[in-house]
Ligand binder design. Sequence first.
Ligand code: HEC
Length: 165
Amino acid sequence: MAITKNVLTQTALTTTSLRFCGQAGALALVALLASPLAWSHGDVTPQPVDIKGLELLGDEWLAENPYREDHPQHELAVDIGARAYNSNCAACHGLEAKSGGIAPDLRELENGAWGDEWYKELVTNGAERNGRVLMPRMSDYVSQEGLWAIRAWLETVSMETTQGQ
Ligand code: HEC
């Protein structure tokens, strides 16, 4: 069972890592591992995303993020997206989208329609190399609304946005 396997991996990880980290590092690590962020590569624990209040989008995937700045629920989407990112993407892509090296730094995604298209491609197909799942198909776990909300949040921390280009 996935959950049991996850717990076992976490325990093993914690014990090995304790030997290498200082006390503060170890404590931070334990906190991280105890949170829902702790899944290993390709081993996804779906986290429900509460999308209450967001305009519903239906089953068909849109080509562009509907919750951009001009959408009345943009702010709400950003809030929901920040939380949903933490529980569904941060384990691989890093806290605050700052990659620790396991997966690409999502602050580098292009803003706007072109970035949306790439984003949609990845979250609805996942990524696989030589038969190994690098990133699961996230749309199996998170609704379209939740995933576009994450994208809305990602644009607020994007390097393009924060460097004011
Ligand atoms: C199990 C680890 C894992 C999880 C969980 C995960 N990803 Fe990924 N993601 C990856 C890896 C690894 C790649 C790089 C794939 C490649 O090199 O082909 C990637 C690539 C991407 C890319 C393309 C980035 C680029 O620069 O081309 C996007 C966009 C993305 N992920 C979004 C997400 C979002 C949004 C979530 C959460 C809803 C998520 N990922 C969850 C591991 C993960």
